[in-house]
Structure formats: structure tokens, C-alpha cells
Design a protein around this ligand. Structure first.
Ligand SMILES: [Cu+2]
Length: 195
């Protein structure tokens, strides 16, 4: 059975409250108990961190709200492969469009083109940016209005399991502010797709 993980776009962290600092103890016995508790907390945190470290981390996920009438949109994010094995993204799925594919943008003879990728590999311990002008998840034949402020679900099928990501939909203005080029949304519709 495939493993499915729900990922948020926030970095995961592990909080440990050091009870040694919050509880002043007067007897040796209580201090020992407190030390044991701290050790247990630290150990369980270390175990949780180890388990999480095997999962890829997704950050900065976003879809720019397409202009009215647009039939395509693209999702961008950064994926960090914290595992010691290469990560293979083999497929992408979402119910917001008829067709969902991984694309790579490139410029050939001054013409911007996008090419479907059968899979994308992220080397062990490295991260890969899905971004304007590079890798992106392309939604073609949108069957849902994408509204800024809302979010959409995207599933990445990988060799580490299926990663379910909640992707915030952002306005073009916010995208420009965060350096996603405004040009991007226009060229996205006019760029040629090769399959
Ligand atoms: Cu594309």
C-alpha cells in the first residue's frame, strides 16, 4: 500500500519545553525526575524529527490566480529532499483541471517553450525550485474558478509516497510583490506545449 502524507507549506518544527528552567526543584529526587522527563522529551522529539526528516519538505507553494477566462494555471513550490535517497516525482494529480502535468520551461531560438516531464528527480539532501521559467505543475482545462485567498489540493506521486499539498491561491499583485513575474501569467497561456 502506498504511503500518503499531508504536507503543509510551512516548515515543520519540533518544540521542546525545557522544564528544568520552568520548574525549580529543591530536592535531589525531584531534580532526577525532571531530568528524566527532559531526556524523554528530547528523545521523543529526536525520534519525531528523524521520522519527519525522511519526508520531503514543501515550502513557498502557490498558484497565481489566472485572469478571467484563462484555461491554464501553474503551481510553484520548493521541494527539499531531506532523505538520503534521491526523490523521484513520478506524477501529479489535482481535481481542478482536466489535465495536470509537470512541465519544464526553456527558451529555444528565442522562443519560450514548455515540455512535459515524465518524472523529476531531486538528489538526496538537495532542494529543487518549481518556479517561473523552470519546472512547474501545469493545470490545463481548468474546471474550477481559482480565487485568490482560497487554496487548492495537489498530490505529488513520489517514490517516498504520495504527498498531498494544500496550495494557497494568490493574487497577481501578491505574486508580483513576491517576485513571480507578471509576464509569467501572460506567457503561460501563449507558450507552446510539446508533448
Ligand atoms: Cu507549462
Amino acid at each position: 500500500m502506498r504511503r500518503t502524507y499531508r504536507l503543509t507549506s510551512q516548515p515543520l518544527s519540533c518544540k521542546v519545553t525545557n522544564i528544568m528552567n520552568t520548574k525549580r526543584t529543591s530536592t535531589q529526587r525531584i531534580t532526577t525526575v525532571a531530568t528524566l522527563l527532559v531526556k524523554t522529551l528530547l528523545l521523543s522529539c529526536a525520534l519525531v524529527t528523524a521520522a519527519i526528516a525522511e519526508l520531503p519538505q514543501i515550502s513557498d507553494a502557490r498558484v497565481v490566480q489566472p485572469p478571467p477566462g484563462a484555461t491554464v494555471a501553474a503551481a510553484y513550490f520548493t521541494i527539499n529532499n531531506t532523505n538520503s535517497e534521491p526523490l523521484q516525482i513520478t506524477d501529479v494529480k489535482s481535481n481542478i483541471a482536466k489535465k495536470v502535468e509537470i512541465h519544464l520551461s526553456r527558451v529555444e531560438n528565442d522562443v519560450a517553450k514548455m515540455q512535459k516531464q515524465e518524472s523529476v528527480s531531486v538528489p538526496a539532501g538537495e532542494s529543487l525550485k518549481f518556479t517561473q521559467g523552470s519546472f512547474h505543475v501545469m493545470f490545463m482545462g481548468l474546471n474550477k474558478n481559482l480565487v485568490a485567498g482560497e487554496s487548492m489540493q495537489l498530490t505529488l506521486n513520489t517514490n517516498a509516497g504520495d504527498l498531498e499539498i494544500t496550495v494557497p491561491i494568490i493574487s497577481l499583485e501578491d505574486a508580483i510583490k513576491s517576485k513571480d513575474s507578471a509576464k509569467g501569467n501572460k506567457t503561460m497561456a501563449s507558450e507552446k506545449h510539446e508533448h
